[in-house]
Ligand binder design. Structure first.
Ligand SMILES: *[C@@H]1O[C@H](CO)[C@@H](O)[C@H](O)[C@H]1NC(C)=O
Ligand SMILES: *[C@@H]1O[C@H](CO)[C@@H](O)[C@H](O)[C@H]1NC(C)=O
Ligand SMILES: *[C@@H]1O[C@H](CO)[C@@H](O)[C@H](O)[C@H]1NC(C)=O
Ligand SMILES: *[C@@H]1O[C@H](CO)[C@@H](O)[C@H](O)[C@H]1NC(C)=O
Ligand SMILES: *[C@@H]1O[C@H](CO)[C@@H](O)[C@H](O)[C@H]1NC(C)=O
Ligand SMILES: *[C@@H]1O[C@H](CO)[C@@H](O)[C@H](O)[C@H]1NC(C)=O
Ligand SMILES: *[C@@H]1O[C@H](CO)[C@@H](O)[C@H](O)[C@H]1NC(C)=O
Ligand SMILES: *[C@@H]1O[C@H](CO)[C@@H](O)[C@H](O)[C@H]1NC(C)=O
Ligand SMILES: *[C@@H]1O[C@H](CO)[C@@H](O)[C@H](O)[C@H]1NC(C)=O
Ligand SMILES: *[C@@H]1O[C@H](CO)[C@@H](O)[C@H](O)[C@H]1NC(C)=O
Ligand SMILES: *[C@@H]1O[C@H](CO)[C@@H](O)[C@H](O)[C@H]1NC(C)=O
Length: 408
């Protein structure tokens, strides 16, 4: 049945794309998408669905040539019942890898770092501490000096995964992170051949963050602000793992983190300090900010990176072998992983490959992507970890309208 659309719902916000006034056709389509997304969200809540694991709230950002730009805050940001706002903030978790990688690529364009350089050039002590236990088939010696900067960004450095930091509530200075890694027996022994084997490791992006600081002489937080968030006006996006977390000073609009639904106050979880994830999962962001970031990175208008750098970042080489050892490659890495960025098909949103990342931290989850062929952006942040059902709900909410199959 064709959609009979509800009237615009209070609490929804329509943003104008980069100062452009949307056309009537865009406004009409955006209104349909908003109504359908809210309908699905409300229905999910009303049915008590998601096995008691519904998030307290979410913010959904969408942009396409046909619909223009829209941001939909859903549900509540805090247990006290303050409603979600368009620029409500969340831990962005592994989406931070895109920020770290983009920063390295920008510094590479400035000639400050070489993607093909050995990490020994920037981190000689770390490089000297790493060894690969065996020689290669042709007798070559492999050690930390064999790791190139690009290997840190695409999980091909042959590193172990870090200890599981779930539930971290303590500030950990980043100067201690590498010592923590080496404190684990055997972590100095590499598990894969750099540039040949793939092993998912958050340590890679962390080492890249040390390199960013080494070649700029500034903090990661400052470099990301100077190169990315200030020029793009991403006022709700900040690197949050550099100093002990303070909501007032770092992220005044940070939403409360939940494991379960709102009816259960005991399910509010203690604040997870992202310092232990410095460089790899320490960004705090908001849905429209992340959408704008991906557009600026990938839409080909050269606002952050040259086309050559974008091509390099999104070169999803598939011929890596899985490393031996304690490899926990998450499934998404199989879909194609470039330099800190994941590539995948999202037929609900349109044709072509979409570039982005998923992120999960205790109490938060998110998914954002940009497809250049469809010129379409999707960014979703939740204040719980039950990402997949809500992401599918939002994808359906959009696709039903685009496909003309939405039901009221
Ligand atoms: C969704 O729920 C909100 C809050 O309960 C309500 O104000 C709104 O009318 C509902 N919208 C739709 C489309 O069901
Ligand atoms: C949001 O908070 C309001 C006010 O406390 C409450 O009535 C409502 O049920 C809450 N909604 C959700 C989705 O938790
Ligand atoms: C740098 O690395 C890229 C990607 O592996 C490779 O294609 C290129 O040939 C390398 N460049 C040099 C100069 O080694
Ligand atoms: C690392 O391996 C290279 C050969 O690939 C060798 O020249 C160098 O001495 C090794 N470094 C250490 C610290 O073992
Ligand atoms: C090194 O070689 C030994 C024996 O040849 C083998 O058991 C081990 O798995 C190898 N380790 C790596 C990391 O390849
Ligand atoms: C970068 O690393 C080199 C080599 O260890 C070191 O000499 C230099 O002081 C470092 N620079 C900064 C800014 O940390
Ligand atoms: C960010 O702040 C700048 C300067 O105050 C302002 O011009 C800009 O509109 C803000 N951006 C957003 C998305 O609010
Ligand atoms: C916080 O939210 C308020 C109200 O929505 C907004 O004006 C402000 O810019 C936001 N600040 C940050 C840092 O997100
Ligand atoms: C609330 O959450 C706690 C811990 O997750 C659980 O043990 C308890 O059964 C929940 N209570 C309700 C009423 O859902
Ligand atoms: C994508 O759409 C935006 C407006 O939403 C437009 O400014 C931009 O030029 C488009 N990019 C491409 C590559 O078509
Ligand atoms: C909408 O169309 C796309 C592309 O044909 C398809 O993959 C998707 O499943 C459809 N979604 C819905 C909700 O009909």
């Amino acid at each position: 049945m064709r959609a009979v659309l509800a009237l615009a719902v209070a609490g929804l916000v329509l943003c104008l794309a980069s100062g452009q006034t949307p056309s009537d056709a865009q406004t009409e389509l955006a209104t349909k998408i908003r109504s359908n997304v809210v309908r699905l969200w409300n229905a999910t809540w009303a049915q008590g669905a998601l096995d008691g694991q519904a998030p307290l709230g979410a913010v959904f950002y969408f942009s396409s040539p046909a619909a223009g730009e829209l941001t939909i805050p859903l549900g509540n940001a805090t247990l006290q019942g303050s409603p979600m706002q368009p620029y409500s903030q969340f831990l962005a978790a592994s989406q931070s890898k895109i920020f770290t990688s983009a920063t390295v690529l920008m510094l590479a364009e400035q000639g400050k770092v070489g993607l093909n350089d050995s990490i020994a050039k920037y981190l000689p002590v770390v490089a000297a501490d790493l060894t690969y236990p065996n020689r290669t088939a042709d007798g070559q010696v492999i050690n930390g000096s064999s790791i190139e900067v690009q290997d840190l960004l695409r999980h091909t450095a042959g590193l172990h995964e870090r200890p599981d930091p779930d539930g971290n509530t303590q500030f950990v200075p980043h100067s201690q992170l590498w010592a923590r890694y080496f404190a684990i027996p055997g972590n100095n022994l590499m598990i894969g051949i750099p540039g040949k084997d793939r092993s998912y490791s958050d340590e890679g992006a962390q080492l890249a963050a040390y390199i960013i600081q080494n070649v700029t002489g500034q903090s990661l937080k400052q470099v990301i602000a100077d190169l990315i968030t200030k020029p793009l006006g991403l006022n709700s996006t900040v690197e949050g793992g550099d100093v002990p977390f303070s909501k007032a000073a770092i992220a005044p609009n940070l939403t409360d983190a939940f494991l379960r639904n709102t009816n259960n106050a005991s399910s509010r979880i203690p604040f997870y300090d992202p310092s232990v994830d410095w460089g790899t999962a320490s960004m705090i962001s908001a849905a429209p900010d992340t959408g704008h970031f991906l557009q600026a990175l990938f839409d080909g208008r050269g606002r952050l990176l040259t086309d050559a750098s974008v091509a390099r970042m999104t070169d999803f080489e598939e011929d890596f072998e899985e490393a031996d050892g304690d490899v926990k490659n998450p499934p998404f890495i199989e879909d194609g992983y470039g330099l800190g960025v994941q590539g995948f098909e999202v037929p609900e949103l349109g044709p072509g490959i979409f570039w982005g990342h998923a992120g999960v931290d205790p109490g938060y989850s998110s998914f954002a992507c940009y497809g250049r062929e469809a010129n379409t952006t999707f960014a979703l942040f939740l204040n719980n970890e039950n990402l997949e059902p809500i992401r599918n709900l939002m994808l359906d909410g959009v696709a039903e309208v685009l496909n003309g199959t939405a039901t009221a």
